[in-house]
Design a binder for this molecule. Structure first.
Ligand code: ADP
Length: 501
């Protein structure tokens, strides 16, 4: 198939979260499986500073935005390690900025305008470049207008009648909600500003727009696909998602094992695989303890957390347990994260007051993230919700037993160490079901008791996890099915429209 990815971030060119990892890796796997794939994203300042070879294409275009015309240009590169072309929409007034979407905790005021431009520019670029396209794969609210433009403006446009859209939702909490006058920027008729289509409590909602108009919908794990149809996880869009339920499926993200593999990872003190982890992993643990200034103690359980310091990730529960445990439990904590100032303060204080038990590195360090994955015994992810989550997948590969809240992708990828699952040889970690400090503490205790008292079960958990394959191959095949279904639904919709005329 001919697939064009349109996304607001793609690794390694610009990244704020897992979305970039998906859009950097999935196109390469799809190409490997025989599809013709191209990618489009904005030419942010980060893209130009990424150190990747990027060349201008000499293609210019003019885009109507409200009552003005804005000029853009195209740049080109390839996804590293592949032939997959990536095109960058250059418009420096919109994209040459310090951050992608916000600065100093405040969203850019013209975010709607920036992404109206990007969506229109992506469609215009496909036309100008004459890119073959069966499906446009859109991601999150930033590209939510593309399905609407395809439906409203391109459906009867020669050469575009067949083009279907698939929208992947990476996180329901970010919807691209703007005041109603931004509707004028979209160039779409006010008749679409109604509660069945683009309107959301008097405002313009770009994620909702995408959900309503896309031919197919996916999110990043089967459990999250179920959860977002409920009030607790739908962030107000559960009704629309329920209505579009038959078009929605969950496909778990994959891992790039060329980057995340303890047998080849260049950042580690010692490399290891499932066959020799009992030699290599203790070396990595000792090296990590030295690096973090923790006592070098082989039998003290080392619990790791890496991620954004945001409420979503359940840091409040962690801090509550840590405050008790630093006084009484012989465990060590290795923490890597940046985010909300409150958690910087609390975690900084815990590590200053208890340096032999808590090491908090409040920064972004890809290399340290690798060493933590390799050196820790347990990896904790108590997220209140987690569309997919990547660290638990890395942890499985690195023999670091995950302890997770059973939600979203965490529920789908970690199998709880119940006696039944252990007997069946499928257990890989520990799950708790209520997002409370009590449940977290009980489960962490259960994990640590197993670590201390039952080395055979611990070995089984580690090795079952390390043997699993979460590479992109399977996920890419599921996406191929989703593209076919979206195309089929698009054809059916066109047939229906024809018979109505
Ligand atoms: P989300 O997209 O919600 O932030 P994910 O688990 O899907 O969470 O992906 C986050 C990615 O960013 C992971 O690869 C994780 O290791 C990485 N990451 C997050 N914070 C840091 C940090 N402070 N240092 C290094 N890597 C980080």
């Amino acid at each position: 198939m001919n697939i064009v990815f349109v996304a607001s971030e793609v690794a390694p060119f610009a990244k704020t979260g897992g979305l970039a990892d998906v859009c950097g890796a999935l196109p390469i796997e799809l190409a490997r499986q025989g599809h013709n794939v191209a990618v489009m994203m904005p030419a942010y300042r980060q893209v130009k500073q990424s150190g990747q070879p990027i060349e201008p294409l000499g293609v210019k275009f003019d885009i109507p935005i409200g009552n003005k015309i804005v000029r853009g240009r195209l740049l080109r590169s390839v996804l590293p390690g592949s032939d997959v072309p990536i095109f960058f929409v250059e418009q420096d007034d919109y994209f040459d900025r310090p951050e992608l979407y916000r600065v100093k905790g405040e969203d850019y005021k013209d975010n709607c305008e920036r992404f109206v431009f990007f969506c229109r520019a992506a469609l215009e670029s496909i036309r100008l470049l004459n890119l073959p396209v069966d499906v446009i794969h859109c991601h999150d609210w930033q590209t939510g207008l593309i399905p609407a433009y395809l439906h409203v403006e391109y459906l009867h446009c020669h050469g575009y009648e067949q083009v279907a859209s698939l929208l992947t939702i990476h996180n329901m909490a970010y919807q691209g909600i703007f005041w109603h006058w931004d509707m004028l920027l979209t160039g779409l008729d006010w008749k679409y500003f109604n509660y069945n289509q683009m309107e959301f409590y008097g405002k313009l909602n770009l994620l909702k727009t995408g959900i309503v108009f896309a031919d197919g919908l996916t999110t990043v794990s089967p459990r999250y696909a179920e959860e977002i149809r409920t009030e607790a996880f739908g962030c107000g869009l559960e009704g629309v998602l329920e209505q579009r339920g038959e078009a929605l499926s969950g496909i778990i993200n994959g891992v790039d094992y060329t980057i995340w593999n303890p047998a080849t990872d260049p950042h580690l003190a010692d490399k290891f695989s499932v066959d020799n982890w009992q030699i290599g992993k203790p070396q990595c643990k000792a090296a990590l303890q030295r690096e973090l200034g923790l006592p070098e103690s082989p039998r003290t359980p080392l619990i790791a957390l890496v991620g954004r310091l945001a409420d979503q990730k359940g840091w409040d529960l962690v801090v509550e347990v840590m405050r008790r445990w630093v006084l009484e439990m012989d465990v060590q904590w290795a923490i890597l994260g940046t985010g909300e100032p409150f958690y910087h303060e609390v975690l900084g204080e815990l590590s200053r007051n208890h340096p032999h038990r808590v090491a908090a590195r409040l920064e972004f360090s890809d290399e340290l993230a690798h060493r933590i994955e390799a050196g820790a015994d347990l990896f904790l992810m108590p997220s209140r919700y987690e569309p997919c989550g990547l660290n638990q997948l890395y942890s499985l590969k690195y023999g670091t037993v995950p302890v997770v809240h059973a939600t979203g992708g965490l529920a789908d990828s970690v199998c709880d160490a119940t006696s039944e699952n252990l007997a069946a040889g499928r257990a890989t970690g520990f799950q708790f079901h209520e997002p409370t400090a009590v449940a977290l503490e009980q489960t962490l205790r259960r994990a640590i008791e197993t670590y201390w008292q039952d080395s055979a079960i611990w070995q089984q958990l580690v090795e079952t996890g390390m043997r699993q394959d979460w590479s992109w191959g399977t996920s890419a095949r599921h996406y191929t099915e989703a593209y076919h279904l979206a195309s089929q639904r698009h054809r059916e919709m066109r047939e229906r429209l024809k018979t109505q005329r």
